[in-house]
Write a new protein. Sequence first.
Length: 332
Amino acid sequence: MPSRPVDIDDLPDPLPGLFLLVGDEGLLVDRAIGAISAAARRADASVAETRLSGSELEGAELHEMLGPSLFGEARVLIIESGQDVRAAAAAVLGPYLESPADGTVIVLHHVGGAKGKALLETARKAKALEIGCAKLTRPDERADFVRAEVRRNGGRIGPDAVSALLDAVGSDLRELAAVAGQLVSDSGGDIGLDVVRAYHRGRAEVTGFAVSDLAVVGRSGLALEALRFALAVGVPHVVIADALADGVRSVARVASAGRGDQFALAKKLGMPPWKVKRASSQARGWNAAGLRQALGVVATLNADVKGAAADPAFALELAVRRIGAARALGSS
């Protein structure tokens, strides 16, 4: 079955026993899972939901989770990163994909690509309802996404306003979705170029990446100022956390790759040359111990902004301070 956009109103009733989410765009994956979960809860409020990463699966436990239920309870099993399912678990999972038990809905996410392709093909041969969740790489795709988000929130937006919004916000879908919803709310629904310019005046420079760029070079005070302004104008916590993680990881990768021409390093690391050049500059002042510490900080932050912390804004401030402290290890 061909991939198609996620629309909760289009999900069949009753739900099929197997969904296949293909792609690595986190927002689209999360929305697809949320839509399926919501539909399952509408059908049966007592549905039991289990969410696991593919690397966590063990073959034996699948029999208990997916085998016929003695009392006929409704169940949803969400398997994220299905490309990481080990061979032994995949062998057990395959027959359940081909014939899910009554009352059971299996949601298999796979990023696509060669890794774990056999499981992907098994799900397709089982006629899973496939939902495309690939990253939107072309400008026209992101423009279509913005228009759809505005419509989804009950508003309208003109072509010039779409272009201005993309210029101001960038390509991150989570941030684009958050800003589109906010603009509909603030404008009463009719978003023109003047509305976008008024809302985003000066905002293009205060994104999650602006916070990250300041944090990784040890300018913690300015990074905290940028962070507070970004939060004030509505940049989502998770977007800033992702930018901090990307900044630290880029510095760590480039620092560990050693010296070399930026284009050769870019090819070796699978990174754009401009990003290698920037990370090389940012890597000055870091040492291995500090980078290990900073990587731990952003790993913890990822969980914090997704619900582990009571106050995600405070978690972001703390992470900025800790990244600065980690960098200082290279100067001590």
